[in-house]
Design a protein around this ligand. Structure first.
Ligand code: AMP
Ligand code: ZN
Length: 112
């Protein structure tokens, strides 16, 4: 999608601090980290949010969760939180599916 911030990160038009990349997804550090470890994992195809996941594209999401587990293992991170905000009220600011991975500090529940 030409006007999408994360599509521009995927194409390299906007730089990112890359953590991991393969044919299906890209992981990069969040520009405004909310924890000592805070990276995002996004599909390379434009999917608006979890609300647009369906039987045609859910394999991408399964792959992303495999990648999250792999990156966490490689970073030696044992306790972490995976978050995806859907829609404005939940705090989604970029309309391209992304999973936040946060770690390295105590966290509260429920999230605010
Ligand atoms: P959300 O608010 O859940 O949609 O998450 C979007 C996230 O993208 C926020 O945590 C932002 O800090 C992050 N973000 C926005 N622009 C960039 C960028 N250029 N590079 C890395 N992370 C970004
Ligand atoms: Zn996009």
């Amino acid at each position: 999608m030409s006007d999408c911030l994360f599509c521009k990160i995927i194409s390299g038009e906007i730089p990112s601090s890359k953590v991991y990349e393969d044919d299906i997804c890209l992981a990069f550090n969040d520009i405004d980290p909310q924890a000592p470890v805070h990276f995002l994992v996004i599909p390379k195809t434009h999917i608006g949010s979890v609300a647009e996941v369906n039987e045609c594209n859910s394999a991408v999401v399964a792959h992303i969760f495999e990648v999250i587990a792999k990156i966490a293992r490689e970073k030696g991170v044992e306790s972490y939180r995976v978050v995806s905000n859907i829609g404005e009220q939940a705090g989604q600011s970029v309309p391209h599916l992304h999973f936040h991975v946060l770690s390295g500090r105590d966290m509260t529940w429920p999230p605010g």
